[in-house]
Design a protein around this ligand. Structure first.
Ligand code: UDX
Ligand code: UDX
Length: 464
């Protein structure tokens, strides 16, 4: 059997590497229009940072895993074609800012129709609005000379930073297909691949639309939990409760469960906001404005939380950060990834620059030019500085702001850092990961998400 995957990104690359590693008898070819990205996949310096990925790629690459730009040949030779191209939020026309931009999906479908001969199974891996499979089928069947097609929906639930573990031991695999004998046969073929390493009872099969919708709903529910706890973090700060204690107390109720209740500066990543906006657009389209408004509020709460964090820094630094130096530690949207898409750091840094602060950013994995591009686009601003280390960022700063929860930040030499900062030296912990008591003993004034107000008051009167 031959598999091809169009799109060598955060989803396509790791997923195909895992299939190739688990199925040495299947030839897996990953193709991408981006030559630089393919060259990186073929080098020792992979284009994405993901713990454990190097080992999996090294095991299969050159044996049954190949990365190329030869899209047409790969499609021609494949029995199963995964489509894993990006589906950003539309920036133009109808649905701008909410609907998914499906032009890459459509161009993939047209390309497949053009070159495919014989039966092909097309698998949607990209997250897409409900009913996209139907559109793909229409394009495929209307344009193909000698191909016959089944389209399956097989959304990916891996989270960045833990992609390899998620792929190795998924909670479930979801496969949706047409409810016809041909559709069922296609579903079974895909099931048989995953069944090589995933227990059968964890492979769920549904109709196409249920599978497509489930992906959006899963991400919407996860994001909603974060916005819910973040909304409570503001209440905790105002009333003296501790959000981590509240999260623990409610999370031990087995009906609620402990995961995804970590209050933060806000959620980021390529999926949550995009998928919710998509859901909002769908609800609007189907005449359900109340449902749309409900889910839209999850994104609004997240935006508010990001601005609230930056605003709190300004307010605490005696209502002005103009000319002050703020060290922002972490820029990726979460730890253990170099991905910055929709990272809350972008919003925080922009807000601080707007207040005329000098912002010094350090992230262990995100390159300097990426940080500049994300914050400024093509503009320039001398007040944005990228540091090579946390210590360098902190030297001469008035405040530290933790925006990504990298493990290395927890064990910095804070005594040394404190000595090199302006006094009073402030810490704003946007992830609640630092040793707050220890920092206070050293003389820092510590402000954390959802932590009691009286702590903040007593801080203000303690040494420092
Ligand atoms: C994935 C999913 O596909 C997306 O729907 C989901 O919501 C987020 O995760 P991801 O793998 O993270 O996307 O995207 P990205 O890293 O941008 O990779 C997509 C790749 O497809 C890029 O390398 C791009 O060059 C490639 N591509 C895009 C093609 O090869 N052909 C195209 O026509 C368009
Ligand atoms: C998410 C989904 O988890 C995954 O199933 C889907 O396939 C893609 O989208 P990802 O975006 O990679 O994965 O990371 P995730 O771990 O879900 O974190 C998303 C954001 O939420 C990050 O910015 C993270 O820091 C934040 N977060 C997560 C919190 O602020 N609090 C939490 O309790 C959990």
């Amino acid at each position: 059997m031959n598999i091809c995957c169009i799109g060598a990104g955060y989803v396509g690359g790791p997923t195909m590497a895992m299939i190739a590693a688990k199925c040495p008898d299947i030839r897996v070819e990953v193709v991408d229009l981006n030559e630089k990205r393919i060259a990186a996949w073929n080098s020792d310096d992979l284009p994405i940072y993901e713990p454990g990925l190097d080992e999996v790629v090294r095991e299969a690459r050159g044996r049954n895993l190949f990365f190329t730009t030869g899209v047409e040949d790969a499609i021609r030779n494949a029995d199963i074609i995964f489509v894993s191209v990006n589906t950003p939020t539309k920036t133009y026309g109808v649905g701008a800012g909410r609907a998914a931009d499906l032009r890459y999906i459509e161009s993939a479908a047209r390309m497949i129709a053009e070159v495919a001969e014989g039966p092909k199974i097309i698998v949607e891996k990209s997250t897409i609005p409900v009913k996209t499979a139907e559109a793909m089928l229409t394009i495929l069947r209307a344009n193909s000379k000698s191909g016959s097609f089944q389209v399956l929906s097989n959304p990916e639930f891996l989270a960045e930073g833990t992609a390899i573990a998620d792929l190795q031991k998924p909670d479930r695999i979801l496969i949706g297909g047409e409810s016809t004998p041909e559709g069922n046969a296609a579903v079974e073929k895909l099931v048989s691949i995953y069944a090589r390493w995933v227990p059968r009872e964890r492979i769920l099969t549904t109709n196409l639309w249920s599978s497509e919708l489930s992906k959006l709903v899963a991400n919407a529910f996860l994001a909603q939990r974060i916005s819910s706890i973040n909304s409570i973090s503001a209440l905790c700060e105002a009333t003296g409760a501790d959000v981590d204690e509240v999260a623990h107390a409610i999370g031990t109720d087995s009906r609620i469960g402990p995961k995804f209740l970590k209050a933060s500066v806000g959620f980021g990543g390529s999926c949550f906001q995009k998928d919710i906006l998509n859901l909002v657009y769908l609800c609007g389209h189907f005449g359900l404005p109340e449902v749309a408004a409900y889910w839209d509020s999850v994104v609004k709460m997240n935006d508010w939380q990001k601005h609230r964090f930056a605003h709190n820094i300004v307010q605490t630094l005696f209502n002005t950060v103009s000319g002050k130096r703020i060290a922002v530690l972490g820029f990726a949207f979460k730890k253990d990834t170099n991905d910055t898409r929709e990272s809350p750091a972008i919003s925080v840094v922009r807000d601080l620059l707007e207040e005329n602060a000098t912002v010094v950013v350090y992230d262990p994995k995100v390159p300097a030019d990426e940080i500049r591009r994300d914050v400024l686009g093509s503009a320039e601003n001398d007040r944005l500085i990228i540091a090579e280390s946390a210590e360098e960022a902190a030297a001469g700063a008035h405040a530290l702001a933790i925006v990504t929860e990298w493990d290395a930040f927890k064990t910095l030499d804070f005594a040394k850092i404190h000595a090199g900062m302006h006094k009073p030296a402030f810490v704003f912990d946007g992830r609640n990961v630092l040793p707050h008591a220890q920092l206070r003993t050293l003389g820092f004034r510590v402000f954390a998400i959802g932590k009691p107000a009286q702590c903040r008051e007593s801080d203000a009167f303690s040494k420092g």
